[in-house]
Design a protein around this ligand. Structure first.
Ligand code: G4P
Length: 528
């Protein structure tokens, strides 16, 4: 089959939400529709319920064995759908940010009662920065929640989106009668029977039809008519171009747990969601239908079994096809590599494949050659953009607790950083190592993994840093920059890429530095 045809079948996306909004449940229902799984409960939650390390270890252990939740793929109506897992827990936000570099669109799940929550805000902001097309799914309509219009307002205000409802609820919670599908112009009545896989819908091209009163009751019918009038009056009509540009976000209502409104979401999704999009590299824009292969590493998964220390590097194919046993150029190492057993993902399983297409994800066994952001090509020098590091929230010195194992410790730190578990900064003044993380949980994870996978022991020491700022001097040879470096010497470090970073101890200090050294730009992410 032609490359173009294969690419146009692919829909690679991520589901983002605040923990507990229903991401896992929705994922599972989508897989049920694709026939990829037979029963509910097959998709393992990646949730860290109590924020406990033991929970995390257990999850990682399970993942290491099955890689179950990293990529879930299934076919639906001749489309190949790839769902990329995005951890909801805030301590793993970096992981999610990176995964968002590999998706072509996202679905945002919001709890009807809780509305827009913190983690949703952060993740949507990242999607907005990258103009990723988004569809919003308002979940748990079987429960009492916020008024639909209030919620749409909240989504617009807090998330900075421009929404257009493509479905609208009839009642809510105890009075929840069903959903009017504006996209398909039909009504789906809620029965509360989660075992029903496909609900029956009643077509209603014209909601003025008196038959509607008979079906949902005169009061509900009147209020639905009023609501829809308001929807048409207040919100712009759906415009696919605007959606694809990230300027307009369609909204669906439903209940994932009851498998209600999910089919509508999926049907609309495969119609409107983008197939693999071109990606900007430092050198040029790379289009998916180019004949030659290119791709980049967005995630590295460690095998938690100490007997098999290999890792799985996840590659998003940006252009062309990836073929088994074919030499590809590892651009950073300037070295050709061949892969005899690339993994593709299907449902909760992985299997070896001969050929994968742009939009797909392949998992490559890795013994330490890859780090996040690495590019593979057929020979061209390309470096894909858009995998920045953001300032961590926590900073600690890392010390070696077993002098006999210094080498193991360094190797462990090096590899864990390549995986993107945390960020390493080396102080300019004395070469001391500082680990920066998004959540405090990671320190325990690192300590545990260093000990169990590398046989090294470490301790931490607090290092009070407010934010890491990446430094960009207008003129590296200027007096001003030299003075900045001299005065701030104690707070300067290099990141793993060798970029200069200012570890500011307070917001005030950032402000003062900016005033005093206007030609030295401070950035809050490593890509500027
Ligand atoms: P997450 O991945 O976004 O963190 O959320 P998850 O799907 O695990 O859902 C969180 C909780 O919300 C689960 O209950 C789930 O059953 C429930 N839920 C999801 N969708 C709906 C819905 O449409 N209606 C209602 N009423 N509940 C919904 P839990 O008790 O935390 O977990 P479990 O023990 O039932 O698995």
């Amino acid at each position: 089959m032609s490359l173009v045809k294969e690419i146009s079948k692919r829909r690679t996306f991520g589901i983002i939400s605040h923990p507990d909004a229903g991401k896992t449940t929705l994922t599972e229902k989508l897989l049920l529709f694709g026939g990829a799984i037979q029963e509910a409960g097959a998709v393992k939650s990646n949730k860290i319920k109590k924020g406990a390390t033991s929970d995390f270890m257990e999850i990682e252990r399970q993942r290491g064995i099955s890689v179950a939740t990293s990529v879930l793929a299934f076919n639906y109506k001749d489309k190949k759908i790839n769902i990329l897992d995005t951890p909801g827990h805030k301590d793993f936000a970096e992981d999610t940010f990176r995964t968002l570099t590999a998706v072509d669109s996202v679905i945002v799940v919001i709890d009807v009662a809780k509305g827009v929550e913190e983690q949703t805000e952060k993740l949507v902001q990242v999607c907005r920065m990258r103009n990723i097309p988004m569809i919003v799914f308002i979940n748990k309509l079987d429960r009492e929640g916020k008024d639909a219009f209030d919620l749409l307002d909240e989504v617009e205000q807090k998330l900075g989106l421009q929404v257009t409802p493509l479905s609208f609820p009839i009642g809510m919670g105890y009075d929840f009668k069903g959903i009017y599908n504006i996209w398909e112009k039909n009504i789906n009545l809620f029965s509360g029977d989660s075992k029903k896989n496909i609900e029956e819908t009643i077509a209603f091209d014209n909601i003025e039809d008196p038959e509607l009163d008979g079906i949902i009751g005169a009061n509900a019918a009147d209020s639905l008519r009023e609501n829809l009038e308001l929807v048409h009056g207040v919100y712009p009509g759906f415009d696919r171009d605007a959606y694809l540009k990230g300027e307009l976000q369609p909204v669906f209502f439903g209940s994932a747990l009851n498998n209600f409104g999910v089919r509508e979401l999926l049907d609309c999704f495969i119609d409107i969601a983008p197939f693999p999009r071109p990606k900007q590299s430092e050198e040029r824009l790379v289009k998916p239908d180019e004949e030659t292969f290119s791709g980049f590493v967005f995630k590295i998964h460690a095998n938690m079994d100490p007997k098999h220390r290999d890792r799985l590097a996840f590659i998003k194919i940006v252009s062309g096809t990836f073929e088994r046993n074919t030499p590809y150029l590892h651009v950073r190492h300037n070295k050709k590599m061949k892969f005899s057993s690339p993994n593709a993902f299907f449902a909760e399983k992985k299997e070896i494949v001969d050929i994968s297409y742009a939009g797909d994800i392949v998992g490559l066994h890795d013994t330490g050659n890859f780090k996040i952001g690495d590019t593979l090509t057929e020979g061209e020098i390309l470096n894909f953009k858009g995998i920045p590091s953001f300032s961590p929230e926590h900073f600690r010195y890392i010390n070696n607790a077993d002098p006999m194992k210094a080498k193991q410790l360094m190797k462990g730190i090096d590899q864990l950083m390549d995986e993107g578990v945390a960020q390493l900064f080396t102080l300019e003044l004395n070469g001391r190592k500082v680990i920066g993380t998004v959540g405090a949980l990671q320190y325990e994870v690192i300590q545990y993994r260093l000990e169990h996978e590398y046989g090294a022991k470490c301790t931490y020491e607090n290092f009070p840093v407010h934010k890491a700022c990446w430094v960009e001097p207008e003129n590296p040879k200027s007096e001003e920059f030299a003075e900045f470096k001299r005065v701030k010497q104690k707070f300067l470090a290099t990141d793993k890429q060798g970029q200069l970073v200012f570890l500011a101890d307070s917001a005030f200090s950032i402000q003062m530095t900016q005033q005093k050294y206007p030609s030295v730009k401070l950035h809050f992410s490593s890509e500027y």
